[in-house]
Design a protein around this ligand. Structure first.
Ligand SMILES: Nc1nc2c(c(=O)[nH]1)N[C@H]1C(S)=C(S)[C@@H](COP(=O)(O)OP(=O)(O)OC[C@H]3O[C@@H](n4cnc5c(=O)[nH]c(N)nc54)[C@H](O)[C@@H]3O)O[C@H]1N2
Ligand SMILES: Nc1nc2c(c(=O)[nH]1)N[C@H]1C(S)=C(S)[C@@H](COP(=O)(O)OP(=O)(O)OC[C@H]3O[C@@H](n4cnc5c(=O)[nH]c(N)nc54)[C@H](O)[C@@H]3O)O[C@H]1N2
Ligand code: SF4
Ligand SMILES: [Mo]
Length: 713
């Protein structure tokens, strides 16, 4: 390898991607190193292992580099390389025929977490006329987003950058571990840590004593799944002690009297019995959040993956409103995006998702019975593929997702893909367990191979991304979507000729072309605070709806109520006798992004095996030792993990990692059914879902842990 001759500033997309990084290339253009960018306003020089070793994914020998068509049975692993033209022609022909003969709802598009392609996958699905966009959103972030839109009309974000001249004085981290995992939801762990270190009061609400919990002023180690009860008691306290912001509540909220009445029974003592958090700690957290201003909040999957997910989010937004922290510097703000770059995030402008192009009669055909679940409800969708209720989808395009591992019941997902769907396409970097089932596999471009206007989540600034490499025939997902959309006659929704053409259109109002924009690297929005004083809140009443009129209209509880997890020591004591441990799954791991990274040597070395974490005292009681193979069982499945003692947990709470597969093992399964935390859950019990968002209780279940018998020879 020659000496590094070029260093280019770009932005990483190894996770939700907020870090600006420096990519070092040698004189042959080969990427030799990736480092943090100390001058970055979004990441301050941070880089995590996923970013640092990104070129190991880019240049990986197992990467899919050409479109591949299945030649033998599904999952037999025999593919033939075909041209892009043939691949796109085949998709256009199959999608068109299904659309004409059966209806567009029979074609579904599946996508993963927030990734570069998301604004175009949704748009393509809706343009085609299908409501069946399938993704992990019901368990992640989007219920909070939808809840925000009905409660206050926009999604408040923590103002942890200090650009408005104030940093949060009180910072609450609630069911999020972004400081350790590296980045999430548009926030870099380092920037959150720096705000955390500067705050006068820090409150961490997490069943585990995470790094931030250990450093916090107050750690509430609640029982998993009881967040809503905790929040109801915090609201009770703030109202009881008249600690709420009276002017804000009087001028900008509806329903205060009803709320006051509603929370009267939810005392800190009531919540202590449910959450295990001492009543005085609940009071201290509530009063600190109300009195130490500005107060800000980082929250995460700890609140999403529960049967109370939507009501928890409602309670949280109510607390934010009562504490008067909305849209103040250092509080929970509505970012102002750069005015001269066209919007590219459907989180900011729902029109980007193309939902307006979906006819109402098609919208009604969505496979989803939950009022606030976006797109298709994945468990319902996979079951529909097999049982045909309400109908049997025929085609599926999976773009950047590995649902055999990341959705519950990968066995059902695999059956749907292998035995039921008529035509499946998977766009990915690798032949994952999911891609191995597909009829057609498309080689996706990696972020190092993409030019982009980086907008998703980072709505206080927009970043640039630059194409710095090209491996084989890998191609930007969005460019593929554009070509296919044009073949299917969807030009009105996709008026851009090519990806490059779209990028030029996005930056056009700024007077720059894409090259100028890319050279500038970052464009800031002009932040203004307290915009509600002149604009109100974009809800039906124009105010923050403490009592939600939208929920009243749907005849669902319009003030937050707590639901006990369906499998818990309180709700199912008989079951708990056999399954005495509370199971949390899928807390994010620094070296991996969900299923990604298991085949990257530098990352796998950092975390070689699938772990289940347990308190040392409990391990001792069960006679289990560090590094031992153990079975984790629920009433719905048994999977194997390696035991890791972890003092951060309560003695009756365990954590099993998610998304484990073993690319070094034999396909098509690559060991994906051995240590798959998502095989421990069930699909067919309605009470296992949040009735409002369809969220699943991935962080509050019951299990037992036993040694795997290993014969002594
Ligand atoms: N039990 C349990 N399960 C969970 C969770 C949990 O906490 N517990 N967390 C859930 C959450 S929060 C989420 S968001 C989901 C995530 O679920 P998914 O988004 O399905 O995550 P991945 O499995 O990483 O799937 C990504 C796949 O896309 C490929 N890929 C990456 N980038 C691109 C790209 O730009 N284009 C294309 N075409 N392919 C790409 C990767 O190689 C990988 O195979 O998992 C959920 N699953
Ligand atoms: N390195 C890395 N970074 C990632 C990802 C990744 O896979 N790897 N995934 C990305 C994605 S898609 C997402 S959605 C985000 C998610 O990132 P986070 O929101 O941080 O989600 P988790 O790590 O799943 O859980 C966060 C914390 O919630 C706690 N928790 C568990 N159960 C409960 C509970 O019942 N109540 C409460 N209050 N807390 C609980 C856990 O102990 C954990 O510390 O991370 C993103 N960033
Ligand atoms: S935290 Fe995310 S964006 Fe930052 S370097 Fe790591 S993978 Fe890249
Ligand atoms: Mo997520």
């Amino acid at each position: 390898m020659g000496q590094a001759e070029h260093i280019t500033r770009t932005s990483c997309r190894g996770c939700h991607g907020v870090c600006q990084v420096l990519v070092h290339r040698d004189h042959n253009g080969l990427i030799t190193n990736i480092t943090g960018d100390a001058g970055s306003a979004t990441s301050g020089g941070y880089i995590c292992p996923k970013g640092r070793y990104a070129a190991q994914t880019l240049y990986h020998p197992d990467r899919v580099t050409r479109p591949m068509l299945r030649k033998k049975g599904r999952g037999e692993g025999v593919f033939e390389a075909i041209s892009w033209e043939a691949a796109i022609d085949l998709m256009a022909e199959r999608f068109d025929s299904i659309r004409k003969n059966f209806g567009a709802e029979y074609i579904a598009v599946a996508q993963g977490t927030g990734r570069p392609y998301t604004e175009f996958t949704a748009r393509f699905c809706h343009a085609l006329g299908s409501p069946n966009l399938v993704g992990p959103a019901h368990n992640c972030f989007i219920p909070r987003n939808i809840c925000a839109s009905i409660t206050l009309g926009w999604f408040p974000q923590p103002d942890v950058y200090g650009r408005g001249g104030a940093m949060p004085k009180c910072l609450m981290i609630f069911g999020s571990n972004v400081i350790e995992s590296g980045g999430a939801d548009g926030y870099c762990g380092k920037m959150v840590l720096s705000a955390f270190n500067k705050a006068e009061k820090t409150i961490v609400i997490d069943p585990r004593a995470t790094a931030s919990a250990r450093k916090s002023s107050l750690h509430l180690a609640l029982r998993p799944g009881t967040e809503c009860a905790l929040l109801l008691a915090m609201i009770h306290t703030v109202i009881r002690d008249k600690a709420y912001h009276k002017d804000f509540v009087e001028q900008h909220c509806t329903g205060f009297a009803a709320l006051q009445e509603h929370v009267r029974p939810f005392t800190p003592a009531w919540a202590e019995a449910i959450t295990r958090v001492p009543a005085q700690d609940i009071e201290e957290a509530a009063l600190s959040f109300a009195h130490i201003s500005p107060a800000s909040l980082i929250w995460g999957n700890g609140v999403d993956e529960s049967v109370s997910a939507f009501q928890t989010a409602r309670a949280m937004f109510i607390l934010l409103a009562l504490c008067g922290t909305l849209d103040v510097p250092g509080g929970m703000v509505r970012w102002v995006p750069p005015a001269t770059i066209r919007c590219k995030s459907f989180m900011v402008d729902s029109a980007v998702s193309g939902m307006q192009f979906l006819p109402p009669e098609q919208k009604a055909k969505v496979i989803n019975s939950f009022p606030f679940c976006p797109g298709a409800h994945p468990p319902s969708f996979w079951r529909a593929c097999i049982h045909g209720q309400p109908y049997k989808p025929k085609a599926l395009w999976l773009v950047g997702t590995n649902p055999i591992l990341t959705h519950t019941r990968g066995d059902i997902v695999q059956r749907a893909l292998r035995d039921h769907l008529e035509f499946t396409v998977c766009s990915d970097f690798f032949l994952t367990p999911t891609a191995a089932m597909a009829d057609l596999v498309l080689p996706a471009a990696h972020w190092l191979e993409q030019d982009d206007v980086v907008y998703f989540h980072k709505i206080w600034c927009v970043l640039s991304r630059k194409k710095l490499a090209q491996v084989g025939e890998c191609r930007d997902d969005r460019d593929v979507i554009l070509e296919l959309a044009h073949k299917l006659g969807l030009d009105a929704v996709f008026p851009w000729q090519s990806w490059q053409d779209y990028l030029e259109w996005l930056v056009e109002p700024s007077g720059m072309n894409f090259a100028d924009f890319a050279a500038q690297d970052i464009v800031f929005g002009q932040m203004r605070y307290k915009k509600y004083e002149t604009e109100g809140f974009p809800t039906p009443s124009g105010k923050v709806e403490l009592v939600s009129s939208v929920m009243q209209g749907l005849n669902v509880p319009a003030l937050p109520v707590y639901t006990e997890p369906p499998l818990s020591p309180l709700s199912a004591p008989e079951l708990a006798a056999d399954y005495p441990l509370i199971l949390m799954t899928g807390c994010k791991l620094t070296p991996f992004f969900h299923t990604e990274g298991r085949n990257i040597p530098a990352l796998r070395k950092l975390h070689p095996e699938p772990l289940v974490e347990m308190h040392p005292a409990k391990a001792q009681e069960l006679g289990l030792h560090e590094g031992q193979r153990v079975r984790v069982s629920t009433p719905y499945g048994t999977q194997e993990f390696v035991l890791h003692k972890d003092e951060r947990l309560a003695p009756d709470v365990v954590h099993a990692e998610h998304a484990w597969w073993f690319p070094e093992q034999k396909g098509p399964d690559y060991g994906c059914f051995t240590s798959n935390a998502n095989l421990l859950f069930s699909h067919d019990h309605p009470e296992h879902y949040d009735p409002l968002s369809g969220a699943e209780c991935l962080k509050s279940f019951l299990c037992r842990v036993e040694a795997v018998y290993e014969p002594d020879v």
